[in-house]
Design a protein around this ligand. Sequence first.
Ligand code: ADP
Ligand code: MG
Length: 471
Amino acid sequence: MGNWNYGVFWDELMNQAKNELGEHEFAMWFNIQYDSSTETSISIRVPSSFYKDQIVRQYQKYLEDKLFDLMGKRISIDFIVVKPNPDEARPAQELAREDAREASEDKPKIALLPRGKSDSPIKRDKHPQLRVDYTFENFVIGDNNGFASNAALAISKNPGTSYNPFLIYGGVGLGKTHLMQSIGNRVWIESPKMKVICITAEEFTNEFIQSIHDKTTQGFKNKYRYVDVLLIDDIHFLQNKLGSQEELFHTFNALYDANKQMVFTCDRPVSELKNLSDRLRSRFERGLNVDLQPPNFETRCAILKKKVEAGRIQVPAEVLEIIAKNISTNVRDLEAALTKLVAYAELVHKNITLEIAQNQLKDVFSQSKHGNVTIDNILRVVADYYKLSYNDLKGKKRTKNIAMPRQIAMYIARDITEYSTTELGFEFGGRDHTTVMHACQKIEERLKLDPNLESTIQALVRSIKDYSSKA
Ligand code: ADP
Ligand code: MG
């Protein structure tokens, strides 16, 4: 029997944990003391059994893995409950309840910390990354999403057990984000001990790049590898992002092996993603992939009805019907039409009538008849073609490799939609209408000089129409 003392490793481990988790989280969960060691284990004192449960659940694996990195061998951590001031014996449960109460009253609300900090297992007001209105309660189950909705409900009951990963794909505005976040919200509320992270693939990428820059990749990895439910929106963004793909691949494996639930959304079937590593593609396809279709007339009516009830607005049934009849593209357009109408009625202090609706929504209706060509679709297809992101095109950057594709997108939008230049400016990230006019002029000039541009634009228009008819 040797005389083991791993205290120095423990101290170093605590230093690292503090850096990675941040002061807040650290202060909340690492009120613990080194006690003693054996050859293969370290004993750590924790102040209550409640504390012990939490720390075992949330951090034991994390701490043991880090310890392994530090020491080069596997050492287990035993948490022993040593009450700070052992007053007369009270049932452990009572103490735990007390601790929980105390933690939720006095401690800072971790749930409201900025992104990136861990979520509190106790106080669950609102998840920092989830929209409160993206719930199952607000989601209409219709012909277009029945299977996906039921799978989502099943997953939220038992995350990580079946359908892992769950991948929802489909065109814009069909409810992918809403459905994915409904899972997050349900788990968040019903399973208070579970860690839920919800981000877009773009945020994941940016954060990853930032962590390389800041030399905090280990912290980044740990953050995403110790969650119970990981929701990543719009994974098509990962096309061409090889570093992020690699990182997500490893995150995926860690979570998959630990039976942790993953949910992804994508704007097309995974098989149609380009420049995606085969091994990540096969991971995405491993669990359950379901698509969302545009809703039929009845479902569109039901969705509008729900929105009206939720907003406590008065809209006659016949008005809802003509909106549902005329807008068949997607739910986002449906909502936009309703919002436009309600805003108008409020502005002029009038009740919404069929006549007002027909007048106010004339343009929207006629546009909807031009197939599903939306500015979003144009941006997506053009961005894809030039290996840029949708946000690059919508954003403010004016580097040459972005400016030209953006002008082409504006030119095409002007050509194949009914939008005015003012509306287009607005759709293209809040720009002025003169910017749109200038862009169209520029492209017209180029067309005269560059014989290839014409066919490029024609090909793009074909892709856009093709893409839109599937959306
Ligand atoms: P996507 O992520 O597929 O582009 P979103 O999830 O953002 O689409 O949905 C667009 C809008 O339509 C959101 O406001 C969402 O609440 C609403 N929506 C979509 N599907 C439904 C549905 N089945 N019931 C109620 N609202 C829906
Ligand atoms: Mg979305």
